[in-house]
Write a protein that binds this ligand. Structure first.
Ligand SMILES: NC(=O)c1ccc[n+]([C@@H]2O[C@H](COP(=O)([O-])OP(=O)(O)OC[C@H]3O[C@@H](n4cnc5c(N)ncnc54)[C@H](O)[C@@H]3O)[C@@H](O)[C@H]2O)c1
Length: 270
């Protein structure tokens, strides 16, 4: 499905639970070469190098660069350090759980809102700006979103920033059509990752999926379904698709209300 030996930068690896890691492994399985980015070397030492569940050869084979996406010059340096690219995955988000997420929407912490907006949304434009010159034959950029059609409890400012991210996907798709670079988002259902664990009462969102998703959704395993869709959008199979948000969520986001008894598939209770 991917062009053999083409290189993809996958931004946002934190640990083996990251959606970025599922995407990287999927791209490698399909014949792509993967360069990851992590936020810092300190995090890599703490969460990757010391993870006993990862095989030693996998740890040493990791091609990883470092950048804080809120620092323009660091993102620029990463893309200057790589050769020709076929695609970029932006799998990055941040919100201070004490101020931007949680039971109360209103907050005085405007600096936190701005930081969350910069990291979770604006950084896609920063990445595109420095990645596109590496895509001489065109390419594909994919980011990760979360259902922006509905308002979820506790997700607060992240929900607002995801809506802005989807608008940015369309703006970048328009801007980079002339470069033959496509820009899309995958809107994922809830997945158990370190970022998700920072969302207060994340299980509540999992329960919403359990009650509403027509196709049963597994927050532990289904990040690989998300990764497959990202790979599709990166591949030539999606060559005329740009500016779109593809929901990979078991269908939950289309639902008005919960599943009736007749509609429910047989599934394990949570
Ligand atoms: N987990 C879910 O349920 C879910 C659902 C839909 C969308 N998403 C989105 O998927 C993406 C990846 O999240 P994840 O769930 O894999 O969690 P994760 O914690 O594994 O990944 C988040 C990444 O963002 C990085 N990051 C945060 N601030 C940064 C900065 N200043 N500079 C560089 N990197 C920074 C973190 O280091 C981490 O690698 C995020 O955009 C998230 O919003 C997640």
């Amino acid at each position: 499905m991917l062009e053999r030996d083409s290189t993809y930068v996958v931004m946002g690896l934190l640990d083996r639970h990251s959606i970025a890691y599922a995407i990287g492994r999927t791209l490698q399985r399909l014949g792509g070469r993967v360069v990851y980015t992590m936020q810092s070397e300190v995090l890599k030492r703490r969460l990757w190098d010391s993870d006993k569940a990862l095989a030693a050869d996998e740890k040493s084979a990791l091609d990883c660069r470092f950048c804080d996406v809120a620092k323009d010059e660091e993102v620029k340096a990463v893309f200057e350090s790589v050769g020709p690219l076929a695609g970029v995955v932006h799998s990055i988000g941040y919100a201070n759980p004490k101020t931007c997420l949680g039971p109360e929407f209103h907050t005085d912490a405007i600096d936190d809102i701005q930081k969350s907006y910069h990291v979770s949304c604006v950084s896609l434009a920063t990445a595109a700006r420095y990645a596109v010159p590496r895509m001489k034959d065109g390419g594909s950029i994919v980011t990760l979103s979360f259902d922006t059609h509905h308002v979820y409890p506790l997700y607060n400012w992240m929900g607002v920033h995801k809506a802005a991210l989807e608008a940015l996907v369309r703006a970048l798709a328009r801007r980079h059509g002339r470069d033959l670079v496509r820009v899309n988002a995958v809107s994922s259902g809830p997945v158990l990752t370190t970022a998700a664990s920072k969302i207060p009462d994340f299980e509540r969102i999992g329960r919403i999926w359990y009650d509403t998703s027509p196709i049963p959704w597994d927050p532990a395993a289904d990040k690989f379904a998300v990764a497959d869709a990202v790979a599709f959008l990166l591949s030539p199979l999606a060559r005329k698709i740009t500016g779109q948000v593809l929901a990979v969520d078991g269908g939950a986001a289309i639902m008005g209300g919960t599943l009736t008894e007749i509609e429910q598939a047989v599934r394990a209770p949570i």
